[in-house]
Design a protein around this ligand. Structure first.
Ligand SMILES: O=C(CO)COP(=O)(O)O
Ligand SMILES: O=C[C@H](O)COP(=O)(O)O
Ligand SMILES: [Zn+2]
Ligand SMILES: [Zn+2]
Length: 322
């Protein structure tokens, strides 16, 4: 089937109490790893492209890679989405260039300005059959080389969401409830230890999510910064020459809970990066004589695929929902 928008996907996910995985793509192996898992698990999927991805791989290459995935995975609906669109021009260029969904991220701007920019993107997008994700609240962490310190981050204010959604006409809303971008989401001193000695971060603000959902019944909510930072890959990176001390993510149990509520889209990028980097570091260390990129990209792609399968089946609940 051709590329689709997320409208149907979100409706089903909302009613069915599961979430769609939105995975960031930057090259062929990542596209293949994700979509092969989705095809095998019969899961709908959102492939998302950041400004950084477009700068790295080129818009046309990414669109063509995703089109190839659509052809190779005929049984599943695939959305091509712009992640963190910084301005109208970037959104327009993706809408004109084959994307079926865009995010306008004006959450760093004052409320009125966020409404104004988002509304302009929505008008253009809807005229072209494309859907729009917007954002209220600020996540800590790194996105597009902009680092937001934890003390500058702010939770979404539920009292703003109805006005924002009705004035902008956006199709989904990203909110800030304690997730953040990157592999260092919590400091060890913020965490407690469970009976197995594993660090447990503070819980997400489900009270904020519930208040938002109450004010926007039936409306799809998006969670950014939702990598869980699997400790097996952190260990692999560190064991084979990397240095990622104290990398901590969102516990999968919290994402399972969010997926059952109004959260219909869960963004995952860092976990894919960790799987790829850990696998390549291990391969390089164990095979210092090898120099054919296919030999290390193959296991990296395979581990991305297994990681994505795990998310679909065990975390998001979207396996079998295509
Ligand atoms: O939100 C994301 C992309 O927009 C990705 O978040 P992570 O860094 O937690 O993977
Ligand atoms: O939100 C951030 C995504 O992980 C994309 O990251 P990037 O800007 O480094 O491509
Ligand atoms: Zn943002
Ligand atoms: Zn994000």
């Amino acid at each position: 089937m051709p590329l689709v928008t997320s409208t149907e996907m979100f409706k089903k996910a909302y009613d069915g109490g599961y979430a769609i995985g939105a995975f960031n793509v930057n090259n062929m192996e990542i596209v293949q790893g994700i979509t092969e898992a989705c095809q095998e698990e019969h899961a709908p999927v959102i492939l998302q492209v950041s400004k950084g991805a477009r700068a790295y791989a080129n818009h046309t290459y990414l669109v063509k890679l995703v089109e190839a995935a659509v052809e190779c995975c005929p049984d599943i609906p695939i959305v091509l989405h712009l992640d963190h669109g910084p301005d109208f021009e970037t959104c327009k260029s993706c809408i004109d260039g084959g994307f079926t969904s865009v995010m306008i991220d004006a959450s760093g701007k004052p409320f009125a300005e966020n409404i104004e920019i988002t509304k302009k993107v929505v008008e253009y997008a809807h005229d072209h059959g494309v859907v729009v994700e917007a954002e209220l609240g600020t996540l800590a962490g790194i996105e597009d080389e902009v680092k937001v310190a934890a003390h500058e981050a702010s939770y979404t204010r539920p009292e703003e969401v109805e006005e924002f959604v009705s004035k902008t006409g956006c199709d989904s809303l990203a909110i800030a409830i304690g997730t953040s971008h990157g592999a260092y989401k919590f400091k060890p001193e913020q965490c407690t230890r469970n009976e197995k000695g594993i660090l447990v971060p503070p819980p997400l603000r489900f009270d904020v999510l519930e208040e938002v959902s109450k004010r926007l019944p039936g409306f799809p909510i998006v969670l950014h910064g939702s990598s869980s930072v699997p400790q097996e890959y952190v260990k692999m990176v560190n064991e084979f020459g990397g240095q990622m001390p104290n990398a901590i993510g969102v516990p999968e149990e919290q994402l399972r809970q969010a997926a059952k509520l109004s959260v219909c889209k869960i963004n995952i990028d860092s976990d894919l990066r960790l799987a790829m980097t850990g696998t390549i570091r291990k391969f390089m260390a164990e095979h210092p004589d090898k120099f054919d990129p296919r030999e290390y990209l193959k296991p990296a792609r395979a581990n991305i695929k297994e990681l994505v399968r795990h998310k679909l089946v065990d975390v998001l609940g979207c396996a079998g929902k295509a």
